[in-house]
Design a protein around this ligand. Structure first.
Ligand code: ADP
Length: 423
């Protein structure tokens, strides 16, 4: 309402008074609004200052296109380019020819970016490893946390920062990137150490294995003096311990080969039924407390796999079924053809100690072991399942399990029956 002075009458005086009150009220409101805006801006400036001092890149994006709302200084360093407020993420990446890769070096599709997942699916993504390849060709390994936020959290951000006008329910995400170059370098150093140590162990172990086998074989052939029972038992124990050490060394070498991307598969048409039968027969000889059985719906099932590596996977799974059933019992191996999915499905079931529910997500990790395995004093390195998963996935397959603590576990391996395109 504007001030309009009409000739002074009693009624007119009342109008003037009302108008003056209105103006005072409006001023007060404007004043309050200005103060609130100034306070919001001051808060934002402090927030920006704090964010800019953080070593990690922190930004907020909004909408399905992940338009930038707010970013700190480290964000520019991270991408090696300036991402402008309001610019959609894919547009920014394309403009600067920045690409994202997964840890195994594969180009990530946009739908797999942590930031995009958070705004598309409203999903909070924790600790996703990505590698950024910047415009100048340099790469940066990062750990990304993308937290899906409620829209109300943008209420304090002035409209000009919030970029374009937005619909009522636009998703918002807070994304934090942590540079893990130093961690990766330390990991690489550890892998190099493991690789050197394992290589150096190989030669003396081969000598040990060779001589102990010569002693055993020549003694049974009657060459040289007869050994008494305890001497034979000692030799057999040395033989078994050496075989275990060779296995461990090979596992360590495989881990370092996988990390360095140097593990090559030698793929051949392989009958999985015959392969499983061989492994079952061999491992049955190592235990009297367990009964191993093989059930199969087909006589032969040929898949394009590396037979040595697949034998390693199956030996690991059946070996674990034996090891983690300390009371003994039956272990069932089944193979069947899943015709619709064009897959071979291998299952290894035991009735052993099982895997506690809260640790089931971890057991495919490097050096990861469940608490109940330690509690039962069952030895292991935590490398077997990691290797199994890597090997199966490199064949284009999948591996998973179902397990109930105290009741047993079933591990499943699905392998494609048509040649995998990357092989
Ligand atoms: P490990 O050398 O410890 O056996 P693995 O990588 O083969 O290493 O397995 C990782 C962990 O998963 C084991 O330490 C154990 O806790 C659990 N695990 C694997 N297989 C079984 C099984 N069949 N039953 C119960 N626990 C298992």
């Amino acid at each position: 309402m504007d001030i309009s002075l009409s000739p002074l009458t009693l009624n007119g005086a009342l109008h003037v008074l009302a108008a003056i009150r209105d103006i005072t009220e409006r001023r007060r409101l404007q004043e309050r609004e200005r103060a609130a805006r100034e306070e919001a801006e001051a808060r934002l400036a402090v927030l920006q200052l704090i964010l800019d001092e953080l070593p990690a890149s922190v930004y907020i994006v909004q909408g399905e296109e992940a338009r930038l709302v707010l970013a700190n200084r480290a964000t520019t360093t991270l991408w090696g380019a300036t991402w402008h407020i309001g610019q959609p993420m894919l547009d920014f990446l394309a403009t600067h020819r920045i690409r994202l890769f997964s840890t195994d070096g594969r180009l990530l599709p946009p739908t797999a970016f942590a930031t995009v997942r958070a705004v598309h699916e409203g999903e909070t993504v924790r600790h996703q490893q990505e590698t950024i390849r910047r415009t100048d060709g340099t790469t940066l390994p990062v750990l990304v946390n993308a937290v899906a936020l409620g829209r109300r959290l943008l209420a304090g951000v002035p409209a000009e920062v919030g970029s374009q006008p937005t619909g009522p329910a636009e998703p918002v995400a807070l994304v934090v990137h942590q540079d893990v170059t130093a961690l990766k370098a330390a990991e690489q150093l550890k892998d190099e150490f493991l690789s050197i140590a394992a290589h150096e162990l190989r030669t003396p172990l081969a000598v040990l294995k060779g001589f102990v086998q010569t002693l055993l074989v020549q003694t049974t052939r009657g060459k040289g003096p007869q050994l008494v029972e305890w001497q034979l038992e000692a030799l057999q124990s040395i033989d078994q311990a050496t075989a275990r050490l060779v296995e461990l060394t090979e596992d360590l070498l495989d881990v370092t080969r996988l990390q360095a991307g140097r593990l090559a598969l030698h793929v051949d048409p392989t009958d999985l039924v015959a392969l499983a039968r061989r492994v079952v027969t061999r491992l049955q000889m190592t235990t009297e407390r367990h009964t191993l059985s093989l059930a199969t719906s087909v006589e032969h099932l040929v898949a394009q796999v590396d037979p040595r590596r697949m034998e390693q996977v199956l030996s690991n799974l059946i070996g674990n079924a034996i090891k983690y059933s300390p009371e003994g019992g039956s272990i069932e191996v089944t193979i069947r053809e899943e015709e619709q999915a064009h897959e071979a499905l291998l299952c290894v079931s035991d009735h052993g100690i099982g895997i506690p529910a809260q640790q089931q997500l971890l057991v495919f990790g490097r050096f990861a072991r469940a608490d109940n395995a330690r509690a039962h004093s069952i030895g292991g390195t935590g490398l077997g399942l990691y290797l199994c998963r890597e090997l199966v996935e490199r064949h284009g397959g999948r591996i998973w399990f179902e397990s109930t603590e105290g009741q047993g576990s079933t591990f499943f391996v699905a392998l494609p029956l048509v040649p995998f395109p990357d092989l």
